[in-house]
Design a protein around this ligand. Structure first.
Ligand SMILES: Nc1ncnc2c1ncn2[C@@H]1O[C@H](COP(=O)(O)OP(=O)(O)OP(=O)(O)O)[C@@H](O)[C@H]1O
Length: 238
């Protein structure tokens, strides 16, 4: 399938099992929230999806490409925003994006056009000459999202992208990511905050290395607020 497929994925750090037989899929153009309390295994899953870690047990397919057998094709179709910012704060926004474009084999006019388009999408074009250090947290996140979109990936991974942002910036990034799915991107959004989940979202709840629930958010919540359902399933505060 295109979109994202995770099948029977298991990963351990020595004796500590961080993921155990994790399976789920996200259809192309869907927004899926990976919801889990601290230590659930979200970052480990993201490391496996980006090949920072490799597991011998399980399978990952990105936009129809098997990550193990066709890693270059799979990773070329993946955009990622990590939990911790990875922008170079001493470079301007445009320089950060240009460097990343070069990593994807884009240069010259082509790179310039992609960078401008990505910054336009995030309403960041007028800030392209600013030092990244001078941006507030919300604008830094926007710059990272723009950077993740430069190579027009089919699948976008966002690992707790609202950490440290104020309420307005949090809402704006959350809404924008949903908009990207409406436009056809497959989005996997990791969070431990239930207020970032929309009723219509696909939802995978991860807890203690395993998938506890997988379905549409409204169905999983059922007759109670999602925060209460999450608490009842995991014992964790949302
Ligand atoms: N390098 C490591 N060595 C040993 N154990 C680790 C390592 N990294 C993570 N773990 C453990 O693996 C489990 C899953 O951690 P992981 O960071 O993937 O969870 P998480 O859901 O991303 O949590 P958080 O929201 O706090 O980032 C946790 O029990 C964690 O302590």
């Amino acid at each position: 399938m295109s979109g994202l497929l995770v099948e029977d994925l298991t990963y351990s750090y020595g004796p500590k099992t961080a993921l155990k037989d994790v399976s789920f899929s996200v259809a192309a153009g869907r927004f899926c929230v990976l919801l889990g309390p601290n230590g659930a295994g979200k970052s480990t899953l993201f490391s496996l999806l980006t090949r920072l870690l490799v597991s011998s047990k399980g399978r990952i397919s990105i936009a129809g490409y098997d990550l193990q057998c066709q890693p270059r094709a799979a990773l070329a179709r993946l955009g990622i925003v990590f939990q911790q910012t990875t922008l170079d704060l001493d470079l301007t926004v445009a320089q950060n994006l240009r460097y990343f474009a070069a990593l994807h084999g884009l240069s010259g006019k082509d790179a310039r056009m992609r960078i401008d388009a990505a910054l336009d999408q995030l309403s960041m074009r007028e800030r392209d000459g600013e030092k990244t250090r001078s941006l507030n947290g919300g604008h830094r996140r926007r710059a990272e999202l723009a950077r993740a979109l430069i190579h027009d990936p089919e699948v976008l991974l966002l690992d707790e992208p609202t950490v440290g942002l104020d309420a307005a910036a949090r809402r704006s990034i959350t809404e924008y990511a949903h908009h990207l799915a409406d436009e056809g991107k497959t989005v996997l959004w990791a969070t431990h905050l239930t207020d970032e989940v929309y009723d219509k979202d696909r939802l995978v709840i991860l807890h203690q290395a395993q998938v506890l629930a997988d379905g549409f958010a409204a169905e999983i919540a059922g007759d109670m607020p999602l925060a209460d359902r999450f608490l009842s399933l995991t014992g964790a505060e949302a």
